[in-house]
Structure formats: structure tokens, C-alpha cells
Ligand binder design. Structure first.
Ligand code: SF4
Length: 81
């Protein structure tokens, strides 16, 4: 039986899912709309300790969190970042 990890990011699930949703999704966006990796990782570290993270999505906003955390205009609905 596969264990469901509620505190995981998509990159922790399957390579195919991560590439299809996160890598391809971010590649389709203008680079000037994205934060650098350090800022994205800082945000994702906060999400990984948050009870609203559920299998790569935020239960508060429904977003794929690795996409939202990479956007300059991305915000946490609970103002955690
Ligand atoms: S965006 Fe905010 S509410 Fe959603 S998982 Fe991250 S820290 Fe939690």
C-alpha cells in the first residue's frame, strides 16, 4: 500500500507529476514573474511545516504550492510568507 504523505511537495511524489505540473508550468511563465530559487525554497520550507500542505497543494487556496511559491505575486493566504 502506498503511503500518502500530506506534508510532501510534488517533487517528493513522482518525477512525471513534478515535470508535468511544476517544471512545465514554470517554464511557460515569463522569467521576470518568478522569484529566485533561494526565495522559492524559503517559502516552501514554511509550507512544509504548515498543516495546510496536502500532497503538493495548499488546502487554503487550492494551488500547487511549488508554482505559487515561485511567483513574485504569489502570497500565502495566511501571510506566512
Ligand atoms: S501557502 Fe501558506 S497556508 Fe498554504 S501551505 Fe503554504 S504556508 Fe500553508
Amino acid at each position: 500500500m502506498t503511503k500518502i504523505c500530506t506534508r510532501c511537495l510534488l517533487k517528493d511524489f513522482s518525477k512525471e507529476q513534478f515535470e508535468a505540473i511544476v517544471i512545465n508550468g514554470l517554464a511557460s511563465l515569463p522569467k521576470e514573474d518568478l522569484v529566485d530559487n533561494a526565495e522559492s525554497n524559503r517559502r516552501l520550507d514554511v509550507c512544509k511545516d504548515c498543516g495546510k500542505l496536502n500532497q503538493g497543494t495548499c488546502l487554503a487556496c487550492g494551488c500547487f504550492i511549488e508554482i505559487r511559491a515561485s511567483l513574485k505575486k504569489g502570497t500565502c493566504p495566511y501571510s506566512k510568507w
